[in-house]
Design a binder for this molecule. Sequence first.
Ligand SMILES: Cc1ncc(COP(=O)(O)O)c(CNc2co[nH]c2=O)c1O
Length: 398
Amino acid sequence: MEVYLDNNATTMVDPKVYEEMKPFFCDIYGNPNSLHKFGAGTHPKMVEALDFLYEGINAADEDDIIITGNATESNNTVIKGIWVDKILNGDKNHIITSEVEHPAITAACKFLETQGVKVTYLPVNEEGILEASLVRDAITEETALVTIMWANNETGKIFPIKEIGLICKTTGVAFHSDATQAIGKFPVDVQECNLDYISFSAHKFHGPKGVGGLYVKKGSEVTPLLHGGEQMGGNRAGTVDVASMVGMGWAMHLATSTMALAYEKNHVSKLRDKLEAAILELPETIVIGGKENRTPNTTLISIRGVEGESMLWDLNQNGIGASTGSACASEDLEANPVMNAFGSDSELAHTGVRFSLSRFNTEEQIDYAIKVVQGAVKRLRGLSSSYAYAPESHKSAL
Ligand SMILES: Cc1ncc(COP(=O)(O)O)c(CNc2co[nH]c2=O)c1O
């Protein structure tokens, strides 16, 4: 049996999304910017896709949604656009973010630091959540942007974006959230949260890889990252990948419908809870960050005495795909900012395994995964020269 449990890394394209994308390869293949019928033929479904995207995040009609290559590009567009507009050409010189952002945020901020920009990386609490009050206390007259992720890709922890949005609104500071791990998992409402920008990637909610979006509230426009043709009103040059844009719109529509979100909250979280509970029955296992305020599909579990990489190998041998955290950072767990943010020791940083489910997982798959995980833990602990059952020591590692 093959069981895919790494949906925070990427998801399968929903077959319905794939059907909607097919016509734009060999039938309706004109350039959307061409004036002839081959180009104009792409417009109706592109408009439909945009309507789905606006509806999915509750964007106002006057706002903008720019089609990008992925969330990484969307994040870079905001951070570097703010740098050009408000720092290089303005009187600001400070950005606030968190210690547990995806590298697409952290690396962009680190680059700006090399250019003389001050960046504050706010810590998370023992549950892995950023407290909104820390944002308020960090804002100064020089602050150009607050950028805080909506949900963490490794722990699933959901951050207080509505609270932070109110703080940014009252202090007049631009507010961006990396919503990559939020869309399709719980309601995302840009107006309710007073957001100026959000980033997202289609392949996180059963759309195609290589296409993403950047929401820009009216009046918050920034200098583009890419210059060239007049696509996206000049905000993102380059011929639009029509098939992927249509796919992202349909994926958003299917993932954010009331029924879909209810399914995530109920069915998917029940499967996650069943898998998690079975693993926690094993001695010296811990959910990193605890079970509160999480996306419904994610669990990051530390299994004392079992190297995360060894567990992944064992799972893979039995047809199960999982991860030790972000694929972008899993090569170097010691430097994993999420683990470090928990103040974890080296052992915890090495024993984390992330399972992230989707609406396509079944109870039969989870029952199989439970059997494989329990067998792998027994085998790997048996092979470990350093592991001896010591119930109290592991808890103290947190
Ligand atoms: C919060 C967050 N932001 C941005 C990105 C980048 O998305 P991309 O530009 O489409 O690549 C990811 C991908 N996160 C992961 C990729 O692999 N495992 C992960 O957890 C993410 O989780």
